[in-house]
Ligand binder design. Structure first.
Ligand SMILES: C[S@@+](CC[C@H](N)C(=O)[O-])C[C@H]1O[C@@H](n2cnc3c(N)ncnc32)[C@H](O)[C@@H]1O
Length: 263
């Protein structure tokens, strides 16, 4: 099974047992929280603002009509909540996140915030019609992701859908970043090019670790990125993206949404 990451192997050699992994992720997002909203501002980073917006819009197409219950796993600063408010969403929304600082930056009402991960014992017994997990899988190695998938399946209503985003390990941008990562670090651009370890999973990788109760109903690719351009020339990348997302240039595509339902 393919599961690669962008940081040096030494990082993980030094890493403590897996219990520490969650703590590292939490601390990482706690630190990032005060500036996270800038990613959604076109004036700060036109590429990220466009890409995050496109990912969210694409995922929300799977919102059921009428009064639904939405569970946003790894809700961060509550961007999906804000978008649902704009859409005059009448249903119930719950946002969960392991980072209290990310939740604190959100406008999600306190009673709809859950500072936990779905597999935690204290997690409320929710049955959601739509579970979103956008930008979450890439932080989890296979065993933890397997547990998380099972936990999300347990919180899905019988006709519910789980929409999650993944980074495909065969994507050109991803592969080049992995290859060039030692060089980028050597010339001191690690922060821009590689912010955190990224675990990549193809559709088949995910299919291999799904609980029996879940099956894949759809896969949709997200706007493509021109290799290595996004961190340095976001506006230029945005221009290229519209062109290289066209089907004949599918090798530029890296990230995708996977839609899952209860079998
Ligand atoms: C890259 S951010 C994405 C935030 C939001 N979904 C978005 O699209 O803007 C990932 C978020 O997921 C949270 N997270 C990661 N793993 C999680 C887990 N197992 N349970 C709950 N939150 C998690 C992180 O703390 C972080 O806030």
């Amino acid at each position: 099974m393919t599961c690669t990451w962008l940081w040096s192997r030494n990082y993980w050699k030094k890493a403590k047992p897996l219990i520490a992994h969650r703590e590292q992720i939490r601390q990482f997002f706690d630190r990032l929280a005060p500036s996270y909203s800038r990613r959604y501002r076109p004036s700060d980073n036109p590429w990220l603002a466009y890409w995050f917006g496109a990912r969210l819009e694409q995922a929300l197409k799977f919102l059921p009509a009428g009064k639904a219950c939405v569970l946003d796993v790894g809700c961060g600063i509550g961007t999906a909540y804000e978008r649902l408010q704009d859409m005059k969403f009448q249903g119930e929304y719950y946002g969960c996140d392991i980072s209290l600082e990310m939740l604190a930056q959100s406008n999600i009402p306190a009673e709809r915030q859950i500072n936990a991960s779905p597999e935690d014992e204290a997690f409320p017994a929710l049955q959601a019609d739509l579970i979103l997990a956008l930008g979450v899988t890439s932080y989890w190695p296979t065993p933890e992701l397997k547990t998380l998938l099972q936990a999300m399946a347990n919180h899905l209503a019988p006709n519910g859908r789980l929409v999650l985003s993944c980074t495909d390990p065969s994507g050109l941008d991803y592969r080049l970043r992995c290859r060039l990562q030692p060089l980028l670090r050597a010339v001191g651009v690690r922060r821009k090019a590689v912010a955190h370890p990224i675990y990549a999973y193809s559709r088949d990788d995910l299919a291999a670790i799904l609980p029996d109760s879940l099956y894949i109903t759809d896969q949709q690719f997200l706007p493509a990125t021109f290799p290595l351009l996004a961190p340095f020339f976001p506006s230029l990348n945005l221009r290229f993206s519209r062109l290289i997302s066209l089907p004949p240039l599918s090798f530029f595509r890296t990230d995708f949404l996977l839609v899952l339902e209860i079998s």
